[in-house]
Design a protein around this ligand. Structure first.
Ligand code: ATP
Length: 361
């Protein structure tokens, strides 16, 4: 089993800095998800760990051994791609056993036993004699996972392995990969641009933007304590409500809702008035049908609603603010066209610096 450490890794391609001074450690048996928008440097970082790219600066360590200049084939790190990269004219058995045969360490009987073991784990043991062309997308993805893990690598790198699967199959494979990873206890880096996949799968998540790690933490930390506005916007769906506000005297005041001002108590060390961005997730917006008055609730009309099974999202369109969303229980008797009272739940309010975007505690 293995740890992986990146020490100030930067990767430049002529005028593009794809990875910018990245520094972190992945624990033994951990599943770390690299998540971020297209072009943020996820694949380049993964390829740098694998040895398919050499960093312009910095070092990569596997089990505390510096591997920066060691080629990919000598790093004992398996890579799985989104396009499966299987040999189309070979059977499932031949595909999974390919790397084992190349290594030349095991005899035919041992290879067969090993492949059968892995195929059973991935629930494809009845497909071993099929051609790759006869498989569904999900089955192909299982075969490519099997081919990668059969050699018992020190670490497992997954580059958007679920991107080509439909939504239901993707959900199922998310769970299966995590189960397999936990069962094998193999240190894994999983790349995705999908924040919900990252939240479901990761022991920890590294949120990337513009080549930099914006935040690295457990799914709970990244969700409940986003380090900056980028993370706040990127993680969670629908996204966090963000509005300009002023903090002073242990209250946060939000203008911009037409003529009304909302004033909510907050605990901060801020002394004097300070401009902030107030963030509140839709599930932390309280909604009531009466009007309690007192300046802590805003009266707004529900512009439209979205049904999501147990929950519904109520969308508001207040003047001067792009959009404001509240999540309510589907059993609540409130919907499009209703006038309701709304406010952020006071202890669930996030404050950010408007200039730097950094979180203010
Ligand atoms: P996606 O989710 O779209 O795959 P990504 O987050 O994996 O994106 P990378 O593929 O790592 O991002 O690319 C990061 C940046 O580096 C991009 O601007 C990309 O155009 C650039 N880049 C990647 N590989 C090369 C290369 N071989 N030559 C030049 N530029 C590259």
């Amino acid at each position: 089993m293995s740890t992986i450490r990146l020490d100030n890794v930067t990767k430049e391609f002529s005028d593009v800095t794809a990875v910018d001074d990245v520094d972190f450690e992945i624990e033994d048996s951990e599943l770390l998800v690299l998540v971020g928008p297209s072009g943020c440097g996820k694949t380049t970082l993964l390829r740098t760990i694998t040895g398919l790219e050499t960093p312009t600066e910095g070092d990569v360590y596997i089990d505390e051994n510096r591997v920066t200049d060691i080629p990919a084939r000598k790093r004992d790190v398996a890579l799985v791609f989104q396009n499966f990269a299987l040999f189309p004219h070979m059977s499932v058995f031949e595909n999974i056993s390919f790397n084992l045969r190349m290594q030349g360490d095991l005899d035919d009987g041992e290879i067969e036993a090993r492949v059968e073991d892995i195929a059973e784990m991935l629930d494809i043991d009845d497909l071993l004699q099929r051609d790759i062309s006869e498989l569904s997308g999900g089955q192909k993805q299982r075969v490519s996972l099997g081919r990668a893990i059969v050699t018992n690598p020190a670490a497992f790198m997954l580059d958007e392995p679920l991107a080509n699967l439909d939504a239901n199959l993707r959900d199922q494979m998310e769970t299966e990969i995590v189960r397999l990873q936990k069962r094998l206890g193999i240190t894994t880096v999983h790349v995705t641009h999908n924040q919900s996949e990252a939240m479901t799968m990761g022991d920890r998540i590294a949120v990337m933007n513009d080549g930099e790690i914006q935040q690295l933490g457990s799914p709970e930390t990244v969700f409940y304590e986003p380090a900056n506005l980028f993370v706040a916007r990127f993680i969670g769906s629908p996204t966090m409500n963000l509005v300009n506000a002023t903090v002073g005297d242990d209250r946060v005041r939000v203008g911009g809702f037409g003529d009304a001002t909302l004033s909510v108590p907050v605990e901060t060390d801020i002394v004097g008035d300070r401009s902030v961005v107030l963030g509140v997730r839709p599930e932390h917006v309280a909604v009531r049908q009466d009007d309690p008055g007192g300046g802590e609730w805003l009266s707004m009309e529900v512009a439209f609603e979205e049904f999501h099974g147990a929950n519904r999202y109520l969308f508001f369109d207040p003047p001067g603010i792009e959009e404001f969303v509240a999540q309510v229980d589907s059993s609540e008797n409130v919907g499009t066209g209703d006038r309701v009272s709304v406010r952020p739940v006071p202890d669930q309010v996030h404050l950010f610096d408007p200039a730097s975007g950094e979180r203010i505690d």
